[in-house]
Design a protein around this ligand. Structure first.
Ligand SMILES: [Zn+2]
Length: 247
């Protein structure tokens, strides 16, 4: 049961019939892994903590740089040079002291993925490269953990969800068969705007809250956001029977 304090704190969420006390309780007992504490991971961690997701696991081996500050809203000038996960965990604890935040100050690799992914209810991929996304996708399929993949560059963002517990759910690899090379265009070369990241992170959090509170996520669907025309486009895609990851 929720405590009196929790009932009051989360009352506006609980009053949503599709969430209710049962949904909030599920959030409270959930654990989410956020990989990457950059421009997407920052608002994602903050919103999930505020919504009362009981336990957050943050993974990132980076330190804070001055060029991060326009979009990595948990950080300020005094934090430059410090560990992203350590500062994020500290700020989140101030935002919601009732949740548990674990920090892993390392870049995700095979063994960390193998160890941490099976421990959580949902993984949110806020990483910034193909190799890490493929690694996360593989481990989420292997351990049957629902995965939300968020990314953004320039004025564009994209989002997709994978859940190998659901029959015929396609995976990231079905959509993007393994690339040997990282794209030449990324946030460092194309630039990025904080509000575009906030929109994509907001969508990722919405999917996570739905999944955790028992509402379905939209699978086999790629959502693209164009920040110049303010338009969303949805593309359906299918599980590839020959996919070496989920097929
Ligand atoms: Zn696949």
């Amino acid at each position: 049961m929720l405590t009196v304090k929790e009932t009051l704190r989360y009352s506006r969420q609980i009053m949503l019939p599709k969430i209710g006390e049962a949904g909030q309780l599920r959030l409270t007992h959930s654990k989410v892994l956020i990989i990457g504490l950059g421009g997407l991971g920052n608002p994602t961690a903050l919103y999930l903590a505020a919504a009362g997701v009981g336990s957050l696991l943050l993974i990132d081996g980076d330190t804070i740089e001055v060029s991060n500050l326009p979009r990595q809203i948990l950080f300020n000038d005094d934090d430059i040079g410090l560990s992203k996960v350590a500062v994020a965990a500290q700020k989140i604890a101030r935002n919601n002291p009732d949740i548990v935040v674990e920090e892993i100050d390392e870049m995700l690799d095979q063994s960390l993925a193998d160890y941490y992914i099976p421990q959580v209810d949902v993984v949110i991929d806020c990483s910034d490269n193909f190799a890490t996304r493929q690694l996360i996708n593989r481990h989420c399929i292997e351990h049957q953990v629902p995965l939300i993949i968020a990314s953004a560059t320039g004025f564009d963002g994209q989002l997709l969800m994978v859940d190998s517990n659901i029959k015929n759910s396609a995976c990231y690899h079905c959509l993007y068969p393994e690339q040997d090379k990282e794209p030449e265009q990324n946030c460092q070369t194309l630039g990025i705007l904080g509000p575009v990241l906030a929109i994509i992170a907001g969508m990722a959090c919405l999917q996570a809250i739905k999944q955790l509170s028992g509402l379905p996520m939209q699978l086999n669907q790629l959502s693209l956001f164009d920040g110049l025309s303010n338009q969303w486009q949805q593309f359906s895609f299918k599980k590839q029977p020959q996919c070496p990851v989920c097929g």
